[in-house]
Design a protein around this ligand. Sequence first.
Ligand SMILES: Nc1ncnc2c1ncn2[C@@H]1O[C@H](COP(=O)(O)OP(=O)(O)O)[C@@H](O)[C@H]1O
Ligand SMILES: [Mg+2]
Length: 427
Amino acid sequence: MADSTSAHEVKSTVDTISTQVLKRINPLVVGDRNILQDNYIPPRLLHRDDQIRALVNILAPAYEGRMPSHILVYGKTGTGKTAVVTQVLNDIKAKAPGDAGVEFLSLNCGGADTEYAVLKGLTNMLLGPNEKKIGEKLGTSTVLDEFKNVLQRRSKLLLIVLDEIDMLVKGNKSGDILYSLSNLNAELTKSRVVLIGVSNDLKITQYLDARVNSRLNEQSVVFPPYNQPQLRDILRDRAQQVLAPNALADGTLERCAATAAIEHGDARRAIALMRLSVQAAEREGSKQITEDHVKKAAVELERNAIEQCIRTLPPQEKILLWALISAYDRGRKQAMSTGAVYEAYKTVSTKIGLSPLTQKSITDYISDLDNLGLIQSTMHYGGYAMGRTRLNTPAIPADTTLQILEESETLLQGLRRKDSAGQSRFY
Ligand SMILES: Nc1ncnc2c1ncn2[C@@H]1O[C@H](COP(=O)(O)OP(=O)(O)O)[C@@H](O)[C@H]1O
Ligand SMILES: [Mg+2]
C-alpha cells in the first residue's frame, strides 16, 4: 500500500513538473522538423516556373508514353535542380496512362561514380523484389547486357535521372558509362531510354566526350542561382510550415537570405542556416529566433564545412596546414612564400617526431589545399632579378581551423600553449 502510494507520488511529481516546464516553454518549432532538413522537397517550388515549364515542354511526349529528347540540366548546388526534376517526374508518373509502360529511375552518381556502380544500381532498381540482384563479381559488359535484357522484358520507355552526373566525368573518369547509356537506343528493339543528366558543374559539357555531348545535350535547362528576395520567399514558405507564428524576430529571414545570397544563391545553404539558427535559439531557451542566432549559425555552418573538408586530408597535409596557419598567425600575418611554409612545416614535423616530406611533395600539397579553398596561393612576378614566387595565405579563420586540426590529428595536440597574457604560443 505504502509502495503504490509513493509510486503514484513519483508519477504525479514528474507529471506536475513536466506540465509546469512545458507551459513555460514557448515552442519555436510546431510542425514536422524534417521540413527544416535540406533534403526535404516542399510541395511548392518558388521562383522556378521557367525551369519547370522548360522541363515539361521537353518531356511532354513522355506524358503520352512517347520518347522525348535526352536532357542536360545544370546549375550550381542548391539551385533546386534535384527538387524540380523529382517533382516533374512525379507529375509524369501520375499523369502518364498506366498502359504506356513509362518507368523512372533516379540514381545519385555521387554514391555510384564508376561504370560498374551505375549499371549495377540501375539494373537492381529495375529488377523486381523477387528477382536475383546483381552483386560485385560480374564484369562491366555482363552487367550492361543484364541491364539491356531487363529493359527489353520490362518497360517501353525508361526515364533515367543521373543526378550529380559530373561525378562520372570529372577527375580521371572516362565517362564511358555515359557513352554506353546514350547509345542504348541504337541497340534496344522493344524499349527506349531517355537520359536526364543533372550537373552541379556548369562546365560539364567541357568534360563530355563529343559524341556523348551531342546526344545528351540535345536539350538543356539552366538553373540560375537565387537572389536574396527569392531566397527570402523560399525561407518564409518553409518557416510558415514548421515554425510557431511569432518564432522569427523581425529581420531574421532577411539576414539568412542575405548571408546565403552573398555566397552563391544556394537555397540549401539558406535552409541549413535557418535550421541552425532555430537550434541556436532553442539551446538558449530564447523566445524568438533573432539575427544574432543567424550570426552564430553562420559561424557553425562555416565550421562544419571546414571540418568536413579537413577530416579527409592525409595526416602530413594536416600538419602542413597547421604549420602554415600557426606560422602566419604568429608572424605579421603576411602572405608566406612556399619556402617559408616549408620551413615552418619542417620545424613542426621535427618537433612531433616525424621525418619531413620533400619540398616537392609539400608544393603538391600546397596546391591541393589551394584547390580545396583552405588556403589561397597566388603566383607573384617580382621583376627580372627576383623571378616568380608563390605566396600563400590561409583562406579560413585561423583559430577555428587550428582547433579542428588538433581535434582530428592527435600528433598536433599540445603544440599550442596559452601564455600568461592568454595569447597562443606555439611550439
Ligand atoms: N524553388 C524552391 N522552392 C522551395 N525550396 C527549394 C527551392 N529550390 C530549392 N529548394 C530547397 O533547397 C534545397 C536544395 O535544393 P536541391 O534541389 O537539392 O538543389 P540542387 O539539386 O540544385 O543542389 C532543398 O531542400 C530544396 O527543397
Ligand atoms: Mg542536387
